[in-house]
Write a protein that binds this ligand. Structure first.
Ligand code: NAD
Ligand code: GLY
Length: 366
């Protein structure tokens, strides 16, 4: 693993819950990057059966100088396991090892591991410290940052969870070398998202560098992770608990979550569903007057170049509407969509079912 020089640092400013995001290559193997982690007798590294064989050893070796005991738990891999049964394995391990309320949890993996470990940390003994060590592009640019933790319910995605901030996010870019191409594309969806909702200059940059990102050019990935984290930090710093602004980070997610739960968790990757969901949400934005046809085409083209699907599965408009009413943003049964009101700016609003049906008719497979 390459040795990092000096990681880039982005701060999440949340008063006493503030924490740093460190971004660099080879960070996992360097104890000096863990100074923000509170002292404790024990740590539990939670990973999964895919990531653990790749990176647990390096992390455990690094942590062994800080903790008397470093325990490891491997969860089954996959979105389909982001549920109560798997969450319970974390509590079993914590109790089985006699872990106290100072024990530090480390989430080593993608967003599935990160969301579950965060939720376990929020609730074990009413809250223990945890650290995010994201190993997918998606987790490095989005899910590890900001403190949303959750598991899925068969009736709805991420329906059970808590806001609970980590003490540190350590994005080791070297781990992206082993990421399957499909997962890299899934991460690009959440990077592209930041353009239309917040920063069109970043969108221009992504368009210029999409080939480099797809080829895992280290400098391009480093910039994309850093700028994404900066944007997420700015939004979360203003609205930690999503009383308003933070909802813009869900651009494409209302349609995307319906695709994920409608097809069955794990059929489409989260990032794939979000990418395709952004195409539908952009089309809805155009129908509501926020952007023009050229903008929809431009966003669709970039999502396609990122290796993501742009035609939504044919679940049927009524099924989409039914699934989207379960979304957390819904109010009194009204679906609330994140739409672009002008390029680089997003708002949350309702939309007539008739228009949503037309958007679905245009955007779904025949
Ligand atoms: P994931 O966690 O399922 O990881 C994707 C796959 O890549 C898995 O098979 C994993 O084992 C494997 N993997 C991880 N790192 C690897 C590596 N370095 N090398 C090889 N394989 C590796 O999926 P994801 O895309 O990281 O996360 C998606 C989840 O994140 C969804 O459940 C979504 O709801 C959640 N999410 C949460 C937030 C939030 O704010 N909390 C934001 C966005 C997404
Ligand atoms: N990914 C959406 C959020 O963190 O708010």
């Amino acid at each position: 693993m390459p040795v990092s020089v000096s990681p880039e640092r982005v701060e999440i400013q949340l008063g006493e819950r503030s924490y740093p995001i460190l971004i660099g290559s080879g960070l996992l193997g360097e104890p000096g990057h863990f100074d923000a982690v509170p002292a404790a007798a024990a740590a539990l590294i939670v990973s999964n059966t895919t990531v653990a064989p790749l990176y647990v050893r390096a992390l455990r070796d690094t942590l062994s100088g800080r903790f008397q005991a470093v325990h490891v738990l491997e969860l089954p891999d996959g979105e389909v396991h982001k549920d109560w049964q798997t969450l319970n394995l974390i509590f079993d391990a914590l109790l089985g090892h006699g872990c106290d309320r100072r024990t530090v949890l480390f989430a080593l993996g993608g967003g599935v591991v990160g969301d579950m470990v965060g939720f376990a940390a929020a609730s074990y003994m009413r809250g223990v410290p945890f650290v995010q060590v994201p190993t997918t592009l998606l987790a490095q640019v989005d899910s590890s940052v900001g403190g949303k933790t959750a598991i899925n319910h068969p009736l709805g995605k991420n329906m059970i969870g808590a806001f609970y901030q980590p003490r540190l996010v350590l994005c080791d870019l070297a781990t992206l070398a082993t990421l399957p191409a499909r997962e890299l594309s899934a991460g690009l969806a959440e990077i592209i998202k930041y353009g239309p909702i917040y920063d069109m200059a970043f969108f221009d940059w992504i368009e210029e560098h999409i080939d480099g990102l797809m080829a895992r050019d280290p400098a391009a990935l480093a910039h994309a992770v850093r700028r994404s984290c900066e944007i997420k930090a700015a939004v979360v710093g203003k609205d930690e608990r999503e009383t308003g602004l933070r909802a813009i980070l869900n651009f494409g997610h209302t349609f995307g979550h319906a695709i994920e739960s409608g097809l069955g968790y794990g059929e489409w990757l989260h990032g794939e569903a979000v990418g395709c969901g952004m195409v539908l949400a952009a089309r809805l934005s155009q129908r509501l007057g926020g952007v023009d046809e050229a903008f929809v085409q431009r966003l669709t083209a970039l999502i396609e170049r990122a290796g993501l699907p742009v035609v939504a599965p044919a679940l049927g408009a009524e099924r989409y509407l039914e699934l989207m009413r379960i979304d957390k943003k819904s109010e009194a049964g009204e679906i609330r969509f994140v739409v672009i009101d002008k390029p680089g700016s997003a708002v949350m609003r309702g939309a007539p079912d008739a228009i949503v049906r037309e958007v679905l008719a245009q955007g779904c497979a025949a």
